[in-house]
Design a protein around this ligand. Structure first.
Ligand SMILES: NC(=O)c1ccc[n+]([C@@H]2O[C@H](COP(=O)([O-])OP(=O)(O)OC[C@H]3O[C@@H](n4cnc5c(N)ncnc54)[C@H](OP(=O)(O)O)[C@@H]3O)[C@@H](O)[C@H]2O)c1
Length: 220
């Protein structure tokens, strides 16, 4: 039975990813700050108390998982804070960078010993972090942090190629969650099914590419 680790597992897309992976027969390690009744009922192993911005708590997760083999590492936790050019709030930009760009790297470095040939990493970024797709500006902290996460993912793809570990950068779609205030085109379970499909398709040949959950290849 494959083992998957999902961050941001307590709600939204992460919760649905846990459910979809369970339905696909995976053992799921569900990482979050605080669990929810929905996650507790999902039949997964919950690792609570892990804050993506806290080096010590992410390092402790790595220690807890020592000796565990992880087939899929799905880095989904993220935040979006509003903020345009007027009244630029640098503290907000830093917060988003810490969670969205540094968070995935913290988890990868802490759990690298759990990954080996054939393991896959999926980083849930956003097409909002695409330079080529930026037709409307604004959202500085979110856009910049997601673009940085994409760059981290490409470097990881290159650095981990020799170990046989593939990396995908993944956009879930515009999905109705707390992040979007309930707006969006689809429910989180639709995104989760698409993300699982993209992870299934991921190979060493496609490592380092940027995909929409619906299968569309996205521009950087
Ligand atoms: N929804 C969309 O349309 C959309 C579009 C593009 C990309 N995305 C990306 O998809 C991912 C999931 O988003 P979502 O829509 O499911 O949002 P969400 O419902 O707001 O969920 C965000 C998740 O991230 C976790 N998280 C936030 N800050 C954290 C921290 N410091 N440490 C640990 N966990 C933290 C949250 O946990 P807490 O409950 O502890 O806060 C929650 O589990 C994000 O990376 C987001 O950027 C979403």
């Amino acid at each position: 039975m494959p083992t998957s680790l999902v961050t941001g597992a307590n709600r939204g897309i992460g919760l649905e990813l846990c459910r979809a992976l369970r339905a696909a027969g995976h053992d799921v390690i569900a990482v979050c700050r605080t669990s929810t009744p929905e996650l507790d009922a999902a039949g997964v192993r919950v690792c609570a108390g892990v804050d993506m911005t806290d080096d010590a708590s992410v390092a402790a997760l790595g220690k807890t998982l020592a000796g565990v083999h992880v087939d899929w590492l799905v880095l989904n936790a993220g935040i979006l804070e509003p903020g345009g050019l007027e009244g630029m709030d640098m503290a907000s930009l830093k917060r988003q960078f810490d969670v969205n760009a540094l968070g995935p790297l913290r988890v990868v470095t802490a759990t690298l010993g759990c990954l080996s040939k054939g393991s896959k990493i999926g980083i849930v970024t956003s097409r909002v972090g695409s330079l080529g797709d930026n037709g409307s500006g604004g959202m500085y902290g979110y856009r910049m942090s997601k673009a940085a996460a994409n760059m981290a993912g490409v470097s990881l793809a290159r650095d981990l190629a020799g170990r046989g570990i593939a990396v995908a950068l993944l956009h879930p779609g515009y999905i109705r969650t707390r992040m979007t205030g309930g707006g969006g085109n689809d429910e989180p379970d639709v995104a989760a099914r698409g993300l699982v499909a993209r992870m299934n398709e991921l190979t060493m040949e496609t490592s380092g590419q940027f995909w929409h959950a619906n299968g569309e290849k996205l521009p950087w």
